[in-house]
Design a protein around this ligand. Structure first.
Ligand code: ADP
Ligand code: ZN
Ligand code: ZN
Length: 738
């Protein structure tokens, strides 16, 4: 037998190796192997088994790593599709399906010395009092970690060794699992009786599971409509059929609160099972252990961020993608996959049902539901009978005061905050921009402090008196005079408000209120996020200011007012999804208000109050927004009416980049003839023309269908000879157009 192997050293090729007879039993598609390559030994993965190779003098596989094979045949097939569709090398696709820590050659289990009773000792030797005490403890427990025994009894390791010498106990290494949630106390939760909408929805999902249809559903439910309860009961059904489930949650919403809701239901009762969690804050060891629990079939439910879509759950009955519209499901490095789309594909391949849930579905998913590609399930009202919050839009153009400019807070928002403070209710203020001021400008000569590496202005951070680039991290001390040496005027003006400024202004306006800011500048340690939310929940904070970090999934019954400081921020981005993004963000943030007994209010401050994204969000009218937005997408042939691919060329020599981009366009025009009707736009400088010292040019390709096109494009790209210092990336179904 011969194995076809993809090597980890990235050669975009597969190589054949002999399978020695002693390894034949464990060599399967998906098995990780160590093989000779030139003078080296490299790691790889078996991608196929064949009878005979076209090559002669094959070398043998040296070693097999991990049994059972680390990649299941099904995940292997998924990785193959991933590489083809997203135009990346097979070894890169394979890397993304296996966490780094699992790929290593050594097993990564943590072993600890345990002390165990040796049974059947013929006669009891004479022991000292001390030895006897220790022996009794071991006898009681039968087995105990050496370290714990020493702590418990105050004995030394030498004393325990003596017991071992007498043949009473044995000391041996035992695998000790790391559980990131070991210290949590979680109370079991019971199934809730569903309301009719929920029962409609659940029945459809269960029927699809029972026929192993591999069908996908879009569950469109307003915030608080009880989507999670539908997920939980669908998972219970999968478990009852002896199938497992994957639940994807955006990284930012993967809070202990979220994980607990799943653990509480499935760590107890008749369907008791292990819930494994995969996210970026786990230590390598924890991630290793969680992954293997899944691979061994002990954990049947996986909750995780983007990459958990590759978890080796087998058999897989159900995949849930919560907040399916979230952009963090798209990986912004190769392979540039979208976990939602991978989920739908995996569902089809493994006949698992896929449920995409959102209060503000992406236009792509709603479009697919309209065309019958996905089943559409709607939960139009809140499950807890709470009213949707009242949304008031304030026209900030009317707030302009003579010679004082436009204030951060409108009169209306100030009064609303005052009112909540008096009633001892809580407030969330949202502004998706950190720092103090977003630009520093000289009124005399017009100089704007810009990043030396990127085409972006620098943000002023007041507490640290520094200017920072939010893209590349460049930082410099804040100047006292105009940095233009020819001018050096002492009057510098700061423009554009960030969260730091909002915090400062708020403290001045409401000196007695407890104000806390939460953004990536104030979160220094791992626990900070939990600590601040804990304080907020316990009422120690009156007003919480934050960036998108606080926009998602949080549930605080005492929050009755949400203020959106500057609703237009995302509207002006050079991106055809700017309106969609704004609509989603406003709806999500507004959903944080009024989750308790008191009706919620949302105050939206805007300079373009009549923009459709703002008006439809104000009326909680998703369908209306969808229709208006689709008209625009149809006219301009933007996704979801078409599929897009973004080709970006980067390099330090701008002329060379521009020239190469032209060349690539000609090659594409020639190479894609006959591949169907397509629109090829560009090349043009990217909306962000320079980033981290690289000049960037873009081409955008749009077509009705993408899969055949992306395969053709990968073939073409492999043949292009680019100048050494120009790199090309292909992003299929791009989310970030900058
Ligand atoms: P969503 O995920 O759609 O935003 P949640 O699942 O968080 O909504 O549900 C909102 C609230 O409604 C939660 O407190 C949940 O316990 C409650 N809830 C959900 N379903 C029901 C039900 N059938 N009966 C009563 N309360 C429910
Ligand atoms: Zn100046
Ligand atoms: Zn920069």
């Amino acid at each position: 037998m011969v194995a076809r192997v993809t090597l980890e050293i990235a050669l975009r090729k597969e190589f054949d190796y002999l399978i020695p007879p002693e390894l034949a039993a464990c060599a399967a598609v998906g098995t990780r192997v160590k093989v000779p390559f030139g003078h080296r030994q490299v790691m790889g993965c078996i991608t196929g088994l064949i009878e005979n190779s076209a090559h002669s003098q094959l070398k043998p596989i040296l070693k097999i790593i991990g049994t059972p094979s680390l990649v299941t045949a099904k995940v292997m097939a998924l990785a193959k599709w991933l590489g083809e569709y997203y135009c990346c090398a097979p070894e890169q696709a394979l890397k993304s399906v296996l966490p780094q820590v699992v790929r290593r050659e050594q097993t990564g289990w943590r072993e600890r010395l345990h002390v165990r009773i040796v049974s059947g000792t013929p006669e009891m030797p004479r022991l000292t009092r001390r030895q006897e005490e220790i022996f009794l403890v071991v006898q009681q427990r039968q087995q105990i970690a050496l370290r714990e025994l020493l702590q418990l009894t105050g004995a030394t390791a030498a004393t325990v060794r003596k017991l071992e010498d007498c043949g009473l106990v044995e000391i041996a290494p035992v695998v000790d699992e790391r559980d990131p949630y070991a210290r949590e106390q979680i109370l079991p939760s019971q199934e809730l009786p569903l309301n009719t909408d929920q029962a409609r929805a659940l029945a459809a999902v269960i029927a699809a599971m029972d026929t192993a249809s591999g069908k996908a559903f879009l569950l469109h439910g307003v915030t608080g409509s009880g989507k999670t309860e539908v997920y939980l009961q669908a998972i219970a059904h999968a478990l009852a059929q002896r199938q497992g489930a994957i639940v994807l949650v955006p990284e930012i919403s993967l809070t202990p609160q979220t994980v607990e809701r799943f653990k509480a239901r499935f760590s107890h009762g008749p369907l008791q099972t292990l819930v494994a969690v995969l996210h970026s804050h786990l230590s390598d060891g924890e991630r290793h252990d969680e992954w293997h629990k899944i691979r061994q079939g002990r954990a049947r439910i996986v909750i995780g961020a983007r990459s958990a879509i590759f978890a080796p759950v087998e058999p897989l009955g159900l995949i849930i993608v919560d907040e399916e519209h979230e952009h963090s499901y798209k990986q912004e490095e190769s392979p540039r996959y979208h976990a939602r789309d991978v989920a739908v594909m995996r569902g089809q391949m493994e006949k698992a049902v896929v449920v995409l849930g959102s209060a503000t579905p992406s236009l792509e998913s709603y479009y697919n539901a309209q065309r019958g590609k996905y089943g559409l399930l709607e939960l139009p009202v809140r499950a807890d009978d709470k009213k949707m919050p009242v949304v008031r839009v304030v026209d900030m153009r009317g707030e302009n005061r003579k010679d004082k400019g436009i204030p951060i807070f409108s009169q209306r928002l100030k009064e609303a905050i005052q009112n909540r403070l008096e009633r001892r209710e809580q407030v969330i203020l949202f502004l998706n921009r950190r720092g103090y001021a977003t630009s520093l400008q000289c009124p005399k000569c017009g100089h704007v402090a810009g990043c030396p590496n990127c085409s972006l202005s620098l943000t002023y951070h007041r507490r640290e008196e520094r200017l920072r680039c939010h893209l590349c991290g460049h930082a410099e001390p804040a100047p006292r005079v105009c940095p233009n040496t020819a001018c050096a005027s002492p009057t510098i003006r700061f423009a554009g408000v960030g969260t730091e400024k909002v915090e400062e202004t708020l403290r001045k306006l409401f000196p007695k209120a407890a104000v806390t800011r939460m953004d990536s500048d104030t979160l220094k340690r791992k626990e900070d996020y939990r600590r601040i939310l804990g304080d907020f929940r316990r009422g120690k904070i009156d007003i919480l200011i934050g960036t998108q970090m606080i926009a998602k999934g949080l549930h605080f019954p005492n929050v009755t007012l949400v203020g959106i400081v500057h609703a237009d921020l995302a509207l002006h981005l050079p991106d055809f999804r700017a309106g969609e993004r704004t609509f989603q963000l406003l709806t999500q943030v507004a959903g944080r208000a009024g989750r308790g007994d008191v009706e919620g209010e949302v105050v939206v401050q805007s300079f373009t109050p009549f923009h459709p994204a703002i008006q439809f969000a104000r009326r909680h009218d998703y369908a209306g927004f969808y229709e208006a937005e689709m008209e625009f997408r149809n006219q301009l042939k933007y996704p979801p009416v078409t599929r897009a691919a973004l080709i970006t060329l980067k390099g330090r020599n701008e002329e060379l980049v521009a020239f190469t981009a032209e060349h690539v366009k000609k090659e594409m025009e020639a190479g894609l003839i006959g591949a169907g009707e397509l629109i090829l736009a560009g090349p043009a400088p990217a909306p962000l023309p320079r980033a981290e010292t690289f000049y960037r040019y873009q081409l955008m390709l749009r077509a009705r269908q993408m899969s055949r096109l992306s395969t053709r494009m990968a073939e073409l790209a492999a043949k292009w000879k680019l100048p050494d210092d120009v790199t090309l990336t292909v992003d299929i179904d791009p989310v970030n157009l900058l």
